[in-house]
Write a protein that binds this ligand. Sequence first.
Ligand code: GDP
Length: 195
Amino acid sequence: MKIRSSEIVVSAINKSQYPSEGMPEIALVGRSNVGKSSIVNALLNRRNFARTSQTPGKTRTINFYLINKEFYFVDLPGYGYAKISKSEKDKWGVIMERYLEAREELCAIFLLVDIRHEPTADDKLMYEWIKHFGYDCTVIATKADKISRGQYQKHISIIRKKLQLEADEKIIPVSSSKKTGVEDLWEHIVAQYNS
Ligand code: GDP
């Protein structure tokens, strides 16, 4: 994928702040620290475009990144940070639901999980929420460099089983640090916003 331009257009909390030109959107979501900012930077071939988290769980906005003036990456706030208060959790839920409940522009959601670990209860809830709202879901298995290639299938099966993915839902192993799987991921993203 050739990136001609990438720009952050808005960090939104309220609906009125979302972009309104009707361009297709691809959303990314996952636990804090799963490697979401690093994936965005790797996809866009930029170093510090999406902020890698210094304070996990503190980003409570939805960031819209316009790519090639063609579509948006929508960076949804991370979840699962242990030290977060009940009211912060509620706020997260409100912000997420506001966006997910009826977003016609949203073509697909990419759910990020760490390739090394069985998905958490929060990951499973997130997956169920995505399906509940009726969106297509693709899973990105992050930090793939942390295991050997020979171990990929085993870990992918664990993730598939725990989340109870549908047969046609894919899991794509990606390493942002080694830049492996990035082109494969791009193919899936482009297929989603063109369909
Ligand atoms: P976010 O909170 O989901 O945005 O996660 P970040 O992108 O900030 O990454 C969290 C931590 O995981 C950072 O210390 C990153 O350096 C590390 N990390 C992210 N992606 C990878 C990867 O592909 N491989 C390895 N080994 N570490 C990664």
